[in-house]
Design a protein around this ligand. Structure first.
Ligand SMILES: *Cc1c(COP(=O)(O)O)cnc(C)c1O
Length: 349
């Protein structure tokens, strides 16, 4: 069976982790600092704070930007992971769920105006590496947090610089992993200072509630080592995506916005005409030794978790019926890719 997703750990990654283990300093320390500096370099400036997870990064960015007042409304795309809702609730803010665009799967700026006129904040996910239109969201006066968990500072041009803050995840299934971990980057050092203050919970003269959201040097060394080859990772993923794109049989299509040069392809998602054909495609690929995944199931849609009317979210609803994610990771050999392309191209609708 060809796996849908698998972390890729190189000998250099192992050596970097070994060096931390041998150093005697395994908690947050110089390797975390090194990872932060790497993201500052990628963005050509600003400030960064590495934290325990992408969810923690979202929560801390909301808090640092003033969304934890109790009254703040935060727009989130419906077609996204529940981490967004968790961060909003943990910050004590109120979510406003907005439908996504049917082609890029990213938050729809027009729906934002319609469904969340009162939201002062918006979390824009660059879904699977496609670019969310943060400029349009800013134009209507929103404070934007760019969720770059699918595109870890390896896109060209780099994502995350339109909004007030960018957040990253280094969870095991992401493009760059530390096992777990996250990071907040902002052009504005004052925003990151607030995140740093919250993370640095001990040895403080002035007490306010803070929390241990630290990342270990073990995790940071792994993620930083992977970041060293981010350009090669992006190119390999783009190559796999272009192979898949040319193998897609007529009747199926792919998510828009990932074929352009410079995009970081986190997932390669195929769209079928309807749920029956999508399910048939998944069964067919599985029978041919290819593991695929429905990237977001209907019950996971954020409006469904909040028991909101599904009819207000037609694009998100439909995406859960017709999408299937193909294997996309660095462990795929060229033989795997050709074999997947061959099988895919022979699918009869
Ligand atoms: C993974 C992910 C998160 C949460 O990150 P964790 O590190 O798992 O907490 C948030 N947003 C998006 C888009 C993600 O893919």
């Amino acid at each position: 069976m060809i796996a849908h997703n698998r972390p890729f750990i190189s000998p250099e990654d192992r050596a970097a982790v070994d060096a931390v283990l041998a150093s005697g300093w395994i908690a947050q320390g110089p390797a975390v600092k090194g990872l932060e500096e790497c993201f500052i370099r990628q963005h050509g400036g600003g400030a960064a704070c590495a934290v325990a997870s992408g969810t923690a990064a979202l929560f801390l960015a909301l808090q640092a930007l003033g969304a934890a007042s109790g009254q703040a409304k935060v727009a989130v795309p419906s077609y996204a992971c529940s981490a967004l809702l968790n961060a909003v609730f943990m910050a004590g803010a109120q979510p406003r769920v907005v439908d996504v665009l049917p082609d890029t799967f990213c938050l729809d700026p027009d729906a934002l105006q319609r469904q969340a006129p009162d939201a002062g904040f918006a979390i824009a996910v660059h879904t699977y590496g496609a670019v969310a239109d943060c400029t349009a969201m800013k134009r209507t006066g929103r404070v934007v947090i760019e969720d770059c968990c699918h595109a870890p500072a390896g896109s060209v041009p780099v994502l995350g610089e339109v909004g007030e803050a960018a957040v990253y995840s280094f969870y095991a299934t992401k493009v760059v992993t530390g096992g777990q971990g996250g990071l907040v980057w902002s052009r504005d050092p004052a925003v990151v200072d607030k995140v740093l203050d919250y993370r640095q919970f001990d040895c403080r003269e002035h007490y306010v509630p803070r929390f241990n959201f630290q990342m270990t040097d073990i995790q940071a060394a792994l993620a930083h080592s992977q970041m060293q080859r981010i350009d090669a990772i992006r190119e390999r993923r783009a190559f796999i995506a272009s192979e898949y794109l040319s193998a897609i049989p007529s009747g199926l299509s792919a998510q828009a916005g990932l074929a352009e040069t410079g995009r970081m392809v986190y997932r390669f998602v195929v769209l079928a005409p309807n749920r029956e054909i999508r399910n048939a495609l998944q069964t067919y690929l599985k029978a041919n030794g290819i593991e695929c995944a429905v990237p977001v199931e209907k019950f996971e849609l954020l409006h469904r978790y909040l028991k909101l009317d599904p009819e207000q979210y037609p694009h998100s609803e439909r995406l859960t019926d017709i999408t299937l994610s193909l294997p996309m990771h660095l462990g795929l050999s060229s033989a795997d890719v050709s074999s997947i392309c061959g099988v895919l191209s022979r699918f009869q609708i």
